[in-house]
Design a protein around this ligand. Structure first.
Ligand code: GLV
Length: 327
């Protein structure tokens, strides 16, 4: 078979495995030389340097009509992320541009692990206790010091049970939690496997939850899914976890709920106005913040790089795309 040479642009440094795979097929690979997000103007300029055939993009690249128009030779955007809310799919479809994402078994497991690690950290008050130690404040054991919340026997409520949600549910079940969930599609297999209970609406789910964990994509219908009214449905002892997308929560409403002690705490890996949390959030001791790293294990990021490269290779070799979003 004659492999036609292709030219690929990678919008930011990612694990080498993808570059090796693409170069191994004889493709030319150029990448953003800086370890930072390119502004839209810089991205357009970079894409106009050559007639690129495909772009390996990141969730921090806003890919819309302006970018597509500036790079008419690009037939494929292979997004290095599970989410693809950074891409205007309608515009891509209009132009016959293909879009793929990068969900993998490894990355969904890693995000699920991060979710549970955040839950334990915030419920066991690890950050407050660690800060206390580092400041030299520990003067001896005390019965009422840093009392947290035991997870065993508590109710873990998932909003969304796709790959990541289902894996988080399994881990929570392993910790002895009761699993309840809501989703647009009922998962009878999860109900059988974990004894999970389905709730037809989020409004019915929230009042029974000790921990609410969000695992939905960002869509028009999921923006501010957790708003002031819904936060008021949660127990004052409940915790909220978000490893999905920031705008799923109205972050100002969350700040108010936390300040007024209407919920017990929150652990957030993603933010409504990324990269900056709303002012005041970093001051609260019962909030754990991580910088959008839920999938950032070496194993997971290698798997994501591999699937992104596989999508590009499959596209140009006329094979079925492993994880197609739109064509
Ligand atoms: C990360 O947020 C991803 O969508 O992979």
């Amino acid at each position: 078979m004659v492999v036609m040479s292709k030219t690929i642009f990678i919008t930011r440094m990612i694990p080498d495995v993808a570059i090796r795979m693409l170069q191994g097929r004889g493709y030319t690979v150029d990448s953003n030389p800086y370890d930072r997000v390119l502004s839209k103007r810089e991205l357009i300029k970079a894409l106009q340097k050559k007639p690129y055939d495909a772009v390996l993009s990141l969730l921090t690249d806003k890919l819309d009509a302006e970018v597509f128009d500036a790079a008419p030779s690009v037939r494929l955007y292979a997004n290095y992320a599970t989410g693809f809310d950074n891409i205007d799919l309608e515009e891509a479809k209009k132009r016959g541009i293909t879009v793929t994402n990068a969900p993998t078994d490894m990355s969904s497991e890693t995000v699920a692990e991060h979710t549970v690690a955040m839950m334990l950290t915030v419920m066991c008050r690890f950050i407050e206790a660690d800060t206390f130690m580092r400041k030299g404040k520990y003067k001896g054991w005390a019965p009422l010091q840093f009392m947290g919340t035991t997870v065993r026997g508590k109710t873990f409520a998932l909003v969304g049970v796709g790959q990541i949600g289902a894996k988080a549910a399994r881990l929570a079940k392993g910790l002895g939690m009761e699993i309840v969930y809501t989703d647009v599609v009922r998962s009878e297999s999860l109900e059988q496997e974990l004894g999970a209970t389905y709730y037809a609406s989020i409004d019915a789910l929230l009042p029974v939850a000790d921990v609410v964990s969000l695992h939905v994509p960002l869509l028009e219908t999921t923006k501010h899914l957790i708003n002031d009214a819904r936060l008021r449905c949660m127990k004052p002892s409940a915790f909220l976890l978000n490893t999905a997308r920031g705008p799923v929560i109205d972050e100002h409403a969350l700040l108010r709920a936390l300040k007024e002690k209407r919920i017990a705490g929150a652990a957030l890996d993603v933010f409504e106005f990324e990269p900056v949390p709303v002012r005041g959030l970093t001051k609260l001791p019962n909030v754990l913040l991580t910088p959008h790293i839920a999938s950032a294990s070496v194993e997971s990021r290698d798997a994501m790089a591999t699937i992104a490269a596989q999508n590009i290779i499959a596209f140009f070799e006329g094979q079925e795309l492993p994880t197609k979003v739109a064509a």
